[in-house]
Every structure is written in structure tokens, then in C-alpha cells.
Design a protein around this ligand. Structure first.
Ligand code: NAD
Length: 478
């Protein structure tokens, strides 16, 4: 176990070896709660990316020949070791990225499910038989792994994204090079320790830590990358998309969101309110599928705002290891600045701000009413504990406003009217749509992803299996 601890420098994991960055440089990772030192990590260079891709490419030759039984056993062993190392993973989620323990436990449990679901995928990499017009010909398709998968992940749900994408890539016979967020390198290195202990062959999973803005292009544009899966901001995703298009590298992009929730007049607020709070304030709104726009039909509007204001005053902002704590610190100065800007700009332009004060690096849960088009918060992702509430006069107005965005990730509607609910499902522009449930919802086997500025493609067991393998047409002439 040599991924390092918070008192040592964290190293890359390449070809089964723990190595320093080429050139030996490191960077500091800070605990977002108080910006105290968390760790130093290897500051990767283009040379490190080259080494990691070469290791993954070399390992692919034999890994693609492994049987479903072998891969299934390795993945289930990873899940067992994750359980044994629950404390390390949860402590890391708390201290490296500032997760309240409840969110850390949620993520740990979800991560386990991701790995176990991937184990089930190993036996489902299937093609089909195809009728042929040529007499005596058997015609079929077989699915083959692509080769080296580049995995680039964000800071906010590092365990969910690492487990899902790496486990699915490995389940179908690919090898991987992972560039985790520079704000969450340790989590992926603990996962690498677990992968190594599970007995997965050297070079099948490789982790390079470092600044995405400096070495991301070395990975994205590497000629030996056969597939790329990126989760992160829309602006970086757009840049990656352009490189992938030029190199014809197939990819999935899971990007930002501005997810809407519609609440119609027949909804039961007793049931809606706890779900509404969860759909924004989990991990202080640092969730791509957080509901940052509520459209409430006029008869319920005042009551909804009143009840929501009362709930947010009770959301815990205490010790991150206290299970009652909900509100997390905001990860970085850049993100804090963006949240401050959205709140201050909205206030200056006439919005009513409920909450919005800061305690250290934590921003109080914040509700905005009287939000207008000219405010920065109106259309741009905030990625913080901030949401806007708008009155609507009808379902039709709610649908139109919900769709009036460049994003298209998750959407929700609360109503007892099944016709309107299903009309919403058919007409919402989002990739994921929930009736009487929050926009924050994810499971290992669902097609997870968005449209427009929210991304391209879907992830999840079946979707990743299709994206990370290739069909080959085969005939046999008798
Ligand atoms: P980010 O875009 O800043 O960083 C994401 C990753 O990209 C990091 O690993 C970073 O190092 C890397 N990166 C940066 N520049 C790069 C480049 N030029 N080439 C390659 N990689 C590069 O995002 P973040 O702040 O870590 O995460 C927040 C964003 O992620 C939000 O917009 C959020 O909505 C989105 N997100 C989306 C989903 C989803 O499934 N749709 C899930 C979680 C987060």
C-alpha cells in the first residue's frame, strides 16, 4: 500500500508501481473546510501520461483475453476490500473534499453498488445473430473491448465516478488511465491500492495526478487512447470534445446542469418539501443534478417559499463528522467567488435573498426570489447551495420555462395529474426526468446523462458496455 498518506507525497500509480512525477514536482491539496494542508501529490507531466498510456496499452494485450469469471472475481474482490477499507475511503471523502459524513457514507455505499453492478456486466458483453441473404451463411456480431480508456473525473463525487467508470471499463475488457481532479487525487489512489490488492494485473488501471489544465490535453490527444469518458464542467468538456472530434476518439461527456423542478398546485407539500431540500443542498449544491430552479404554481408559491425558508434554517452546518451536518464547505476559492458573485449580483439587481451569509468556507443555504433574466444566476450553473424560486401561472408556463436553458441534465415534476406528468416526461429536454421525486437520483444501471450543454452520451452499466466496446460483423460460409 503505497499510494501515500496525507503526511507523505501521493504518487502516481503506473504499471503497478508507485512513482513520483517525472521531474519530481508536487502540488498541495488543501482541506476545503479551512484550507489547511491535506497532502502533497505528484504533479504529473506529459511524460507521465505517456508512461501511463504505454502501460495500459501493453496490459490490454493479455487483459482482453481474460474470462468473465476472472474479471467478475476481481471486481467482487474490489468491493470486499472497499468494505474493509470503508473508514479510509470515508475519511478521505470528508477531509480531502469536505464531504459531510452523511454524504460520504452515501457515496461509499453507491460506489460499492457501482463495482458490484460492473461485476455483473462481465457476462453481458454480447453480440447477436443476424439473418443473411446469402444461402448457407451464418452472420453474427461480436462485441470487443476498445483498448485504452481515458477516465477524467471531477472533485464532487470522486468515488461514485471512479468506481462506475473504471469498473465498467475493466468489466468489458478495457484497460484505463485515470486523471482524477487535482482537488481529489488521494481518493483515486486509495482506489488504486484496492485494485492492486484485488489482484488486477499491473497496467490495467493507472492513475496520473496533476493539473488537468496542464496535462489534460496530453491525455485527450494521445494517439493510443481508444475511448474517453469525461465528467466535469461544460467549458472543459467542450474543449475535450473538439480534440476528440479531430482525432475521432469516441467519448462520453457528462457536464454541468441547471436542473428545473416544477411543482403544480395539486402537489402535496408535506411530501415535496424534504425532497426539494435534498435536491439542492446535498453537498452544498455541488452536484451536477442539483435543482437550481423551482417553478411553483401560484396557489402554492407563498407557502412553498415560507416552508423552504424554514427548512433551510435548520440544515446543519456543524462538524463534518456529525451526521446532522448537511452543508459542506465550497471546494475552492474560484468556486466560492462564483457563488458570491451569483448571490451579490442577484441582490444588487433586485432579487430577494434568503440566507446567503458565509461561515468560513461554507455558504448558508440560499433561496432567491424575484430573479430576473439579467442576473448571472438565472442561466449559469452556480454549483453551490443556491436555488431560485419562480411563480408560474400554469403547467404550460412551467414546461416552457423549464426548457428555456442550454442545459438538459435532470428535471422533475411534482403533481398528482398523470397526464401532465407524462406530458412533461415526453416534452422535457432533459436526459433524466423524475415524477414526484428529486432531480438528484442516480443508480448503477440506469442511462445517466444529459443533452445540450449537459453532455453527450450516457453512462451506467448497459450504456458504458455499449460505448466502451465495438461491434464486429462476422460471417461463416458453410
Ligand atoms: P472541471 O471541469 O474543472 O474539472 C473536471 C476534471 O477535468 C478534473 O479532473 C480536471 O483536472 C480536468 N481538466 C481540467 N482541464 C482539463 C483539460 N484541458 N483537459 C482534460 N481535463 C481537464 O470540473 P470540476 O470543478 O471538478 O467539477 C464540477 C463540474 O462537473 C460542474 O460543472 C458539474 O456540473 C460537473 N459534473 C457533472 C456530472 C455529470 O454526471 N453530468 C457529475 C459531476 C460533476
Amino acid at each position: 500500500m503505497d499510494g501515500g498518506t496525507k503526511n507523505q507525497s501521493l504518487k502516481h500509480f503506473i504499471a503497478g508501481q508507485w512513482i513520483d512525477a517525472a521531474g519530481g514536482a508536487t502540488f498541495e491539496v488543501l482541506n476545503p473546510l479551512d484550507d489547511s494542508h491535506y497532502a502533497y501529490a505528484a504533479k504529473g507531466t506529459g511524460d507521465d501520461i505517456v508512461k501511463a498510456v504505454a502501460a495500459a496499452k501493453a496490459a490490454f494485450t493479455s487483459y482482453k483475453e481474460t474470462t468473465p469469471t476472472e474479471r467478475e472475481r476481481w471486481l467482487l474482490r474490489i468491493a470486499e476490500i472497499m468494505e474493509a477499507r470503508q473508514k479510509d475511503l470515508v475519511d478521505c471523502l470528508i477531509d480531502e473534499i469536505g464531504s459531510p459524513v452523511k454524504k460520504a457514507m452515501f457515496e461509499f455505499t453507491k460506489g460499492l453498488t457501482m463495482v458490484r453492478a460492473a461485476a455483473g456486466l462481465c457476462r453481458n458483453v454480447r453480440g447477436e445473430t443476424i439473418p443473411s441473404d446469402r444461402p448457407g451463411t451464418f452472420s453474427m456480431s461480436i462485441r470487443e473491448p476498445l483498448g485504452v480508456v481515458a477516465v477524467i473525473t471531477p472533485f464532487n463525487v470522486p468515488l461514485i465516478k471512479t468506481t462506475r467508470l473504471v469498473a465498467n471499463a475493466l468489466a468489458v475488457g478495457n484497460t484505463a488511465v485515470h486523471l482524477p481532479s487535482e482537488m481529489a487525487p488521494h481518493l483515486s489512489l486509495i482506489f488504486a491500492e484496492i485494485v492492486a490488492e484485488a489482484g488486477i494485473p499491473d497496467g490495467v488501471y493507472n492513475v496520473v495526478t496533476g493539473m488537468g489544465a496542464e496535462i489534460g490535453d496530453d491525455l485527450t490527444s494521445h494517439k493510443d487512447i481508444d475511448f474517453l469518458t469525461f465528467t466535469g464542467s461544460t467549458v472543459v468538456g467542450q474543449h475535450i470534445n473538439e480534440i476528440c472530434a479531430k482525432n475521432k476518439t469516441p467519448n462520453t461527456l457528462e457536464l454541468g446542469g441547471k436542473s428545473p423542478t416544477i411543482i403544480l398546485a395539486d402537489a402535496d407539500l408535506d411530501k415535496v418539501m424534504p425532497l426539494a431540500a435534498r435536491s439542492v443542498f446535498m453537498f452544498a449544491g455541488q452536484a451536477c443534478i442539483a435543482s437550481s430552479r423551482f417553478y411553483v404554481e401560484r396557489p402554492l408559491y407563498d407557502e412553498f417559499v415560507k416552508r423552504f425558508s424554514m427548512i433551510i434554517g435548520k440544515l446543519g452546518m456543524g462538524d463534518l463528522r456529525d451526521p446532522n451536518t448537511v452543508i459542506a464547505p465550497v471546494i475552492s476559492p474560484r468556486q466560492r467567488e462564483r457563488i458570491r458573485n451569483h448571490i451579490d449580483d442577484a441582490r444588487a439587481k433586485g432579487a430577494n435573498v434568503i440566507g446567503g451569509k458565509w461561515e468560513g468556507n461554507r455558504c448558508q443555504p440560499t433561496l432567491l426570489t424575484d430573479v430576473s433574466e439579467d442576473m448571472n444566476v438565472c442561466r449559469t450553473e452556480t454549483f453551490g447551495p443556491v436555488t431560485a424560486i419562480y411563480p408560474i401561472e400554469s403547467y404550460e408556463e412551467g414546461l416552457e420555462k423549464a426548457n428555456d436553458t442550454e442545459y438538459g441534465l435532470s428535471s422533475a415534476i411534482f403533481t398528482k395529474d398523470i397526464d401532465k406528468a407524462f406530458h412533461f416526461v415526453r416534452n422535457s429536454n432533459a436526459g433524466m426526468c423524475h415524477i414526484n421525486g428529486p432531480t438528484i437520483h442516480d443508480e448503477a444501471h440506469v442511462p445517466f446523462g444529459g443533452n445540450g450543454e449537459s453532455g453527450v452520451g450516457r453512462e451506467g452499466t448497459d450504456a458504458d458496455m455499449e460505448a466502451m466496446t465495438e461491434l464486429k460483423w462476422v460471417t461463416v460460409q458453410l
